[in-house]
Structures are given as structure tokens and as C-alpha cells.
Design a protein around this ligand. Structure first.
Ligand SMILES: [Zn+2]
Length: 232
């Protein structure tokens, strides 16, 4: 756990703006705002777009961002006004580690292939950024399912790593935005079904060829969901 989370728990002044090792917001954000701080907020609430939706990470605080902020606030027992102010940022600080990954997922977990994030279909920096964004959506999924551990069995893959496991040539694992989830404590179908609410355009699970032992989630550009044994 991160120092910030300990601090929040100890001081219990949710309204206090505080420096955070990853990122600190310096103003309250609401609909109509734009800028890099909106982008940073969107990354962290992108797991709350509503069923079948994907939140655009575009730095523009429009109605979809407001709705995602409301869902995030509701999920964590905050006043759901759709305005990102001190209480919302305090919760985010509590959830984020110094390296900007969410509290319950790590870059190492999302890359068991190499330490450079290189060799995929995008630059290393893009692959790592994509993995960070995937982790925030996974954090939302994890929270929605009762904050029980979720195991990522495969994340980013270089072309060599992807070939070694027989991955598809256009696999989203090559872009860093895919995560394969193992079963326990949740069933693979529970994971696949719930993922539909948390911003994943790609969902492949039991019943889809090669996916009876994991549920695959990714951030492809248009929706493709298939897990026939789960009714998806
Ligand atoms: Zn996969």
C-alpha cells in the first residue's frame, strides 16, 4: 500500500488537498472543464462508463465524464454530484500508488513478458500507458465484485512473447491494453459478465475458442464480446 492511503486513513480530512507522488489535482473539475487534469481524471474513472460504454480519454469534461464521476462517487460512498472536488480526489489518492497504478494492480502484474515494455505493436511508452489505463478499469471491476483479489495471468506481450504462447497476430496483448484473468474467487463468467459495465470493448471468455481457462479483456476500438458459455 502507498503512503497516501495511510495518510488519508490517519488524518481523515478528506477535503484537504495533498501532494500525491503520482499526480495532484489543483482545481475542482466539472462539466465544461478541459485540460490535462481532466485527462488524468478520465483515466481514473474510465472503469465507470456504464454498461457497454467506453469513456473517451480526451481531456474534455462532458456528460459522459460527469456520469462516470457520479458512478465512481457512488461506488465509494461519496456524494454523487458529478463534480470532481476534494473528496473525489482524496479517494483517488487513496486508490493510486506512487507509480500511478491503482492500489490492487501493478505494472509487473501486467507485464510478465519483459521489463522494457518494448517489442510489441506500439512504443514501449504507449504500451505501458495502455496497461495503466487497463488497470484502472480492472480496479473498478474488482471493486464492483466486492474488492476480492483478481488474478491477471497475462498482460502486455512483445511479439516474441505473443508468438511463444500462440497468441493471435493482432492480439491486443501486443498493445498493452489486454488482460487475461484467471478464475477464483470469481468464476470466469462472473468476470466476463461484470466486465461489460467497466469499459472493456473486448471480452472473450468460456465458449470462445481457446478461452475456457481464462477471461480476456481488452480495449479494442469497437465492441467484440464472446463468451457463449456465459450467455455472452
Ligand atoms: Zn488474452
Amino acid at each position: 500500500m502507498l503512503a497516501a492511503a495511510v495518510l488519508v486513513g490517519t488524518v481523515a480530512t478528506a477535503g484537504t488537498a495533498q501532494a500525491d507522488s503520482c499526480y495532484t489535482w489543483n482545481r475542482t473539475l466539472s462539466q465544461g472543464a478541459s485540460g490535462a487534469d481532466v485527462t488524468q481524471l478520465q483515466i481514473r474513472v474510465a472503469g465507470y462508463p456504464g454498461y457497454g460504454a467506453v469513456l473517451a480519454i480526451d481531456g474534455q469534461y462532458g456528460p459522459a465524464t460527469e456520469a462516470a464521476v457520479k458512478r465512481f462517487q457512488s461506488a465509494y460512498g461519496l456524494s454523487a454530484d458529478g463534480v470532481a472536488g476534494p473528496d473525489t480526489f482524496s479517494k483517488i489518492y487513496q486508490l493510486q500508488d506512487a507509480d500511478c497504478s491503482p492500489a490492487h494492480f501493478s505494472f509487473g502484474e501486467l507485464n510478465r513478458c519483459n521489463s522494457t515494455w518494448g517489442g510489441g505493436n506500439v512504443s514501449a511508452a504507449t504500451a505501458k500507458e495502455n496497461a495503466k489505463r487497463a488497470m484502472w478499469r480492472l480496479e473498478a471491476l474488482r471493486h464492483a465484485l466486492g474488492d476480492k483479489p483478481i488474478t491477471v495471468t497475462s498482460g502486455f506481450r512483445s511479439k516474441a512473447c505473443n508468438d511463444a504462447v500462440g497468441g493471435a497476430s493482432g492480439s491486443r496483448h501486443l498493445y498493452g491494453d489486454a488482460a487475461d484473468l484467471g478464475s477464483g474467487p470469481h468464476s470466469l463468467c462472473t468476470l466476463a459478465k461484470r466486465a461489460r459495465y467497466h469499459g472493456f470493448n473486448g471480452i472473450l471468455g468460456p465458449g470462445y475458442p481457446g478461452h475456457n481457462d481464462h477471461t480476456h479483456l481488452d480495449h479494442r476500438s469497437s465492441r467484440y464480446w464472446s463468451a457463449s458459455r456465459c450467455g455472452i
